[in-house]
Design a protein around this ligand. Structure first.
Ligand code: FAD
Ligand code: SIN
Length: 535
């Protein structure tokens, strides 16, 4: 058993920033950070385009960034939260610059940052480090965490479930008031043992769930564990139907997991979406063309692929300056070249891929969940910022802003919370080692097929019903395995992904309209009122 003041599950931008801020303010607190594989592997590390923040007040303003975020969110953003994130964002970005994060400077004026543009933004406001912004932020945060003596970072520690009154024998439901979190049961892969970590407060910062689809830009760790854990603990979730597909993942006929992203910043620099034959098509869908918000562009590409019977569409970068392209997008350039595509001479083949989950654990303006002593931060949350569709490069910003707010709230309450006594150890009686790994891997493949075929960019009542029926079968089979075999990360991840798939499909079936990222052929119009999907 481990006892700690603060347990943070996840070491991406959300988890590490929360940990660093708490550690700096309260060197007397023990802060335990868990990461399920190695500490570098997170969605954060893969972020390419950058971080959106109002920077040049001569051309930009908070009002413009707020308006762009609300417009992308299609009427479903929480305006108060949008204002908080946009207005506090620049200060939080300055903090990580002080901690050592590098952002590219302007070619002509080295005193100023080079501000990029992405879909849905009315001004250039994206700070970036080449096409490796997330990697640079992750590097900074990890280096700083290493210097903080009161942060203990455990790699290969896989959180299985949150501990609540349920583990003391009480029956809880989603209507039970005052559910409390006491920490988590965790599979320590270094010892192959299940530990109990008891904490005064717990922060879930477990990132996204892109691995629920066949094609995704998310790394293999993105299996929605935190969202599924909070759902099992009877916490409140919201907006799970809003799954963002990035319009331009690199089409690779050999298949790869994750799919490689061709950043929207490439379109921000002037690249244009075209058919294989070199015809532009985005003007037929939105006057902003290739830089319309993501939901519109992804749906347009999906439609063009279906109408034309093509496996991919293309991004034309041939008119862009070669030296600038190589300097801003070295990773994208190298990746294309490795597949025999020269972005300066050839069209880049692209397809939409699952990229970001806008819904998740419902939190308030200081990151509190519906469960006492449990906070959530980052992509696993639904703060109200993104509404029905996230504006590009607002996610890293959300992580920074909410990490700050969560740390302030924890500082206010932590001295009045005691670590809970009398929690039982994990019960692994009557379980055996899994005999056939194929039972897990095959179910995982089936799950991805179900979600990609029936709960993708375009949905319908019939498709959603098919998905839900098939998911029920997978759920029952996997639950049986879970009850009888020794736990492995793969089995836990499968179980979590089935929960995520169910939550997405169920929320989608409940929404009788098309809005933002949720489009259904049965209800193609928007409802005139706001109807939240709460689970
Ligand atoms: P993550 O960074 O994903 O971190 C999750 C952490 O939780 C990991 O450390 C993981 O190991 C840990 N974890 C998960 N489950 C468990 C468990 N069961 N037990 C223990 N630990 C666990 N956003 C932008 O704003 N700008 C961009 O340019 C941008 N580009 C992107 C490009 C790509 C290819 C991708 C995939 C995403 C991009 N995003 C971008 C989105 C953004 O990167 C993420 O939303 C954000 O980084 C999420 O941060 P996070 O801290 O919430 O989660
Ligand atoms: C990208 O670089 O296109 C991704 C940006 C984002 O997801 O915010």
């Amino acid at each position: 058993m481990i006892k700690t003041d603060v347990l943070i599950i996840g070491s991406g931008v959300a988890g590490l920033t929360t940990a660093l801020k708490l550690a700096a303010e309260r060197p007397d607190l023990k802060i335990t950070v868990l990461t399920k594989t190695n500490k570098q592997e997170s969605n954060t590390s893969y972020a390419q385009g950058g971080i959106a923040a109002v920077w040049n007040f001569d051309i930009d303003s908070y009002e413009k960034h707020i308006a762009d975020t609300l417009d992308a969110g299609d009427g479903f953003c929480d305006e108060k939260i949008v204002e908080i994130v946009v207005k506090e964002g620049p200060t939080r970005v300055k903090e990580i610059i002080e901690w050592g994060t590098r952002f590219d400077k302007d070619h002509d004026n080295k005193e100023e940052y080079d501000l990029g543009r992405e879909g849905g933004h009315s001004e250039n406001r994206i700070l970036h480090y080449k096409d490796l912004t997330g990697w640079e932020i992750q590097r900074t945060l990890l280096e700083k965490a290493k210097e903080s003596p009161n942060i203990e970072l455990h790699e290969h520690f896989f959180a299985i479930d949150l501990i609540t009154q349920h583990h003391l024998g009480y029956t809880l439901s989603r209507l039970t008031p005052d559910i409390e979190c006491y920490g988590a049961y965790v599979l320590d892969k270094n010892k192959d043992d299940i530990d109990m970590i008891l904490a005064k407060v717990t922060v879930v910062a477990t990132g996204g769930a892109g691995q629920v689809y066949r094609n995704t830009t998310n790394p293999v760790i993105a299996t929605g564990d935190g969202i599924a854990m909070v759902y099992r603990a009877k916490g409140r979730l919201e907006n799970m139907e809003y799954v963002q597909f990035h319009p331009t993942a690199l089409y690779n006929p050999a298949g790869e997991n994750p799919d490689f992203l061709v950043s929207e910043a490439v379109r921000g620099e002037g690249a244009i979406l075209k058919t294989k034959e070199g015809e532009e098509f985005m003007q037929n869908y939105d006057e902003r063309g290739s830089l319309a918000p993501r939901d519109i562009v992804a749906r347009a590409i999906d439609n063009e692929m279906k109408v034309r019977g093509d496996d991919y569409l293309c991004l034309d970068c041939r008119h862009l300056d070669e030296a600038d392209f190589k300097a801003h997008f070295p990773t994208i350039y190298e990746k294309c070249m490795s597949l025999g595509i020269n972005p300066m001479k050839d069209l880049i083949p692209v397809v939409p891929a699952c990229h970001y989950i806008c819904g998740g654990i419902r939190t308030d303006e200081v990151g509190r969940t519906s469960i006492n002593h449990l906070y959530a931060c980052g992509e696993c949350t639904c703060t109200g910022l993104h509404g029905a569709n996230r504006l590009a490069s607002n996610s890293l910003l959300e992580g920074l802003v909410f990490a700050h707010r969560i740390h302030l709230d924890i500082l206010n309450v932590i001295d009045n919370i005691e670590i809970k006594e009398g929690i039982p150890e994990w019960n692994a009686d009557s379980t055996t080692d899994p005999k056939e790994m194929v039972l897990i891997t095959q179910s995982w493949k089936e799950l991805k097929e179900i979600m990609s075929s029936y709960v993708g960019i375009v949905r319908s009542n019939v498709r959603l019903k098919r998905a839900l029926d098939r998911l029920m079968l997978l759920y029952n089979e996997t639950d049986q395995l879970y009850m009888t075999t020794t736990l492995s990360p793969q089995l836990c991840e499968l179980r979590n992904l089935i929960t995520i798939a169910y939550l997405i499909s169920r929320s989608a079936a409940m929404r009788k309209e098309s809005r933002g990222l949720h489009y259904t052929t049965d209800y193609p119009k928007k409802l005139p009122f706001r109807d939240l999907s709460i689970l």
